[in-house]
Write a protein that binds this ligand. Structure first.
Ligand SMILES: [Cu+2]
Length: 68
């Protein structure tokens, strides 16, 4: 199991955190997703077949790209 945490500047309200948790949570291999509105941060626990790249790709696809 791996854990990765991203700064996501696009988080602006509870709807954003809900969308992120739902969408990322559906990715195969993702075990938990925590999206913080106050910290604008997303923390994901995952195992294969999910990868850090696939999570970044999904966040970008749903218009919440992580800060580089
Ligand atoms: Cu929002």
């Amino acid at each position: 199991m791996s854990t990765v945490s991203f700064e996501v500047p696009g988080i602006s309200c509870g709807h954003c955190t809900h969308t992120i948790q739902t969408e990322v949570g559906e990715l195969e291999g993702v075990k938990s997703v925590q999206a913080s509105q106050s910290e604008r941060r997303v923390t994901v626990e995952f195992e294969p077949p999910a990868t850090e790249e696939s999570i970044v790709g999904l966040l970008t696809e749903i218009n919440y790209p992580p800060a580089q």
